[in-house]
Write a protein that binds this ligand. Structure first.
Ligand SMILES: Cc1ncc(COP(=O)(O)O)c(C=O)c1O
Length: 442
């Protein structure tokens, strides 16, 4: 790793930081100045083990040579090309590469710049698809309690995290939610998928019947809910959701923004669970987080339904200035090369047992009310301090950072999702550090 850079800005005021306790941060800032492979380096010269792949995105680790080189070459050769009515070769090359990874039948790609934009795109596609098929009455969207689908209006509307919803008015109309799947009374300390709760899927049938199937366009779920604190789907749950969608002609959207690109030991969660959605939203791991990019993967029937009418007309009135940006495409190609050369899209499967041992080794520590895992995802749920929700986990986050480990917390849940290059020794180090942090908690 490079020698530490110690340049620290002397005024932090102007930057209004996203999803951050701004005043707390600015009183005691935590700045990363460089990163390599599994580690960040802080402004005060300390190494921090990345237990979260940045924000669930740096699946290949940090500053990986293939990706760095691909970006450097691309920006010098073709920095930008208009995204509408024009193309560039790498966008097509990348698409062909990507659809070799997607489940059978999902063979078209629409590019965005983030997970939030992928979600908006998929929701619009679903509604428009029914319309081009002559079923314009299907406009309702169904999400799930505790779901996270980014921060734009559509995604917040189908999302189910109260704090993300309550400040922003009426949101989208025509949206309903099914119940979440978190059930610690029956499933606490599950290793892998919880045993109980497939029947929670029946709530989808109830909601579809309430509105009548003829008004419902799509349901969107995260195969494994991440941002709400890692909720692993009970055995049989996703299969049941798929069957209900088929029964009522409702499109199933998997939000694979965190599960896509190897997190569970398969390219996508759809592969891991053996359940194929109609659309998949992705971002993050598509470029290993290095350049903003997202993609919506679509079944052939959905794409083909739009390909009608006069050929000079635009088929889908949607897109972004930076859709398939050349530098992002190059970054994604460099990322896919890295994944493929190093077997990273299946590496989580090899590490999953060792990882699960680490996660569950924390189960008897004070305040721990649940430990759970799947692939290279782990969560430790803490008993909240009475009257001060989130404080206990946030204290753990701050202490872990001081002890050289980056974790992520949401509510009183610690979520772990390291880069897929993590070694077994680093997994042990991660859980040893976390054990020290949890033992020190009040
Ligand atoms: C499942 C899911 N969907 C959507 C998003 C939003 O992605 P972005 O922050 O890139 O807009 C996230 C981000 O964490 C996510 O986890």
């Amino acid at each position: 790793m490079n020698a530490p850079t110690r340049v620290v800005p002397n005024n932090l005021e102007a930057f209004w930081m996203p999803f951050t306790a701004n005043r707390q941060f600015k009183a005691n800032p935590r700045l990363f100045v460089s990163a390599k492979d599994m580690h960040y380096r802080t402004a005060d010269g300390r190494e921090v083990l990345d237990g979260t792949a940045g924000l669930w995105c740096c699946n290949a680790g940090h500053s990986r040579p293939r990706i760095v080189e691909a970006i450097q070459n691309q920006v010098a050769e073709l920095d930008y090309a208009p995204a509408f009515q024009m193309g560039h070769p790498k966008a097509f090359e990348l698409s062909s590469r990507l659809i070799q990874l997607t489940p059978k039948g999902i063979d078209h790609v629409f590019y965005t710049n983030s997970g939030s934009e992928s979600v908006e795109t998929a929701l619009k596609m679903a509604i428009a698809y029914h319309r081009v098929k002559g079923e314009g009455s299907r406009f309702r969207l169904i999400g799930r309690e505790r779901g996270y689908h980014g921060v734009n209006f559509g995604g917040v509307s189908v999302g189910g995290i109260v704090g993300n919803r309550k400040m922003f008015g009426t949101l989208l109309t025509g949206v309903d939610h099914i119940r979440h799947t978190h059930d610690l009374t029956r499933n606490a300390f599950s290793r892998g998928q919880p045993e109980y709760g497939a029947e929670f899927a029946e709530d989808l049938e109830r909601v579809i019947q309430l509105h009548d199937a003829s008004t419902v366009a799509a349901v969107i779920v995260e195969p494994v809910a991440g941002s709400t604190g890692v909720l692993i789907p009970p055995k049989g749950y996703l299969e049941r959701i798929r069957a209900i969608c088929d029964k009522y002609g409702v499109l199933l959207i998997f939000d694979e923004v965190i599960t896509g690109f190897g997190r569970l030991g398969q390219p996508f969660a759809a592969d891991y669970f053996g359940v194929t959605p109609d659309l998949m939203t992705t971002a993050k791991g598509i470029t290993s987080g290095v350049i903003p990019m997202g993609a919506v993967f679509v079944k052939k029937e959905i794409h083909d339904a739009f390909m009608n009418g006069p050929e000079h007309l635009i088929e889908f009135f949607h897109g972004y200035t930076y859709s398939a940006n050349p530098v992002a495409c190059a970054a994604a190609l460099g990322t896919l090369d890295t994944y493929q050369e190093e077997g990273l899209l299946t590496r989580a499967a090899e590490l999953a047992d060792h990882w699960a041992d680490g996660v569950h080794s924390l189960k008897d520590l004070p305040h721990v009310i649940d430990t759970r895992n799947l692939g290279l995802i782990g969560a430790i749920e803490l008993e909240p301090i009475a009257g001060q929700p989130t404080k206990r986990a946030f204290t753990a986050f701050l202490d872990a950072y001081e002890k050289g480990l980056l974790i992520r917390t949401t509510g009183d849940i610690i979520a772990l999702s390291p880069p897929l290059i993590i070694t077994k020794a680093q997994i042990d180090q991660l859980f040893d550090t976390l054990r020290g942090v949890l033992k020190a908690l009040d």
